[in-house]
Design a protein around this ligand. Sequence first.
Ligand SMILES: NC(=O)C1=CN([C@@H]2O[C@H](COP(=O)(O)OP(=O)(O)OC[C@H]3O[C@@H](n4cnc5c(N)ncnc54)[C@H](OP(=O)(O)O)[C@@H]3O)[C@@H](O)[C@H]2O)C=CC1
Ligand SMILES: Nc1nc(=O)c2c([nH]1)NC[C@@H]1CN(c3ccc(C(=O)N[C@@H](CCC(=O)O)C(=O)O)cc3)C=[N+]21
Length: 282
Amino acid sequence: MGHVIKGKDVAEFFLIDATSKLPKENEVKPTLAIVRIGNHPSEIAYEKSVIKRLNPLGIECVSYVFEKEIEEAEFNRSFDEINQNPQIHSILLLKPVPKHISLDHVIQTIDPLKDVDAIGLVNMAKIYQEGQKGFIPCTAEAVTKILEYQKIELKGTAVTMVGFGMVIGRPLTLLLLESGSTVTVCNEFTKDLKTETSRADVLIVATGVIHLIEEDFVKEGATVIDVGINVDKKGRLVGDVNFEDVKDKASSITPVPGGVGTVTTYVLASHVLESFRLQMKN
Ligand SMILES: NC(=O)C1=CN([C@@H]2O[C@H](COP(=O)(O)OP(=O)(O)OC[C@H]3O[C@@H](n4cnc5c(N)ncnc54)[C@H](OP(=O)(O)O)[C@@H]3O)[C@@H](O)[C@H]2O)C=CC1
Ligand SMILES: Nc1nc(=O)c2c([nH]1)NC[C@@H]1CN(c3ccc(C(=O)N[C@@H](CCC(=O)O)C(=O)O)cc3)C=[N+]21
């Protein structure tokens, strides 16, 4: 069986330090607003795990939950209030949002210093730009930390990225290219997914399709990073990769739960603390 990469080990290696430096006597607590529209199961899973992980670090989490039928103009008014509230230092807007809500206003107005999951234009542009970054979407950063922990040489490596969503696929593709990898990106229209995934030394999957990747999609000895977090019919968290099927063929593989998601939550904690420090300086 390939090596199972435990998210907790990666988080402890990189992030425990960054998240343990909070001055205890501080009067103002770093505060994260979690903004959710509707009751999408993977958003609720994340919200619960964020609150569980961030509270013990002295971070206050305030949930703002809106009905999925809310009109865009009304949502935007509430978002403005959250964004302008000086008692809120960080904002996490959970995705996906209902189809009738456009995020144009949010993307253009979110305070870059509060934008800990990098959904706004300023942080997005810095990912596109060479050099100094702002906040990077937590999950994309989590994947880079896992690859670094595994000491995967990225220069010249064949990476296949399945999924091109705003939270993972898009930003991660740019970051991997910047590290010198040769990246193949796949989406729903990819004609022969199996051929594209089978030549990858590093296979990263973030689609939201339960068990899209089976054993015959994976090259012998590949590193497999399963970003998908889906809730199956029995209410269990499952990935986009069929772990049992693939684990013997991969040289290393991340499980769900206990893999990428665990690192994501710690990265978020470090971003919230960084966002707080930046605002306390001003
Ligand atoms: N582990 C973690 O910390 C996190 C996990 N997630 C999980 O990651 C998954 C993806 O999330 P997100 O990126 O936001 O989703 P999006 O819906 O934004 O993106 C999904 C991408 O997958 C592609 N896709 C869909 N079906 C297929 C298919 N059959 N074959 C190939 N590509 C396909 C889509 O292609 P197209 O562009 O053509 O539509 C799209 O590019 C979800 O399970 C989510 O819960 C999300 C955030 C954090
Ligand atoms: N703007 C935005 N950014 C996101 O990053 C984002 C999002 N929206 N919408 C929903 C998805 C889903 N997602 C999860 C991340 C971690 C766990 C998680 O911590 N899971 C633990 C297990 C928790 C448990 O066991 O209950 C783990 O994987 O180990 C769950 C879900 C982030 N997402």
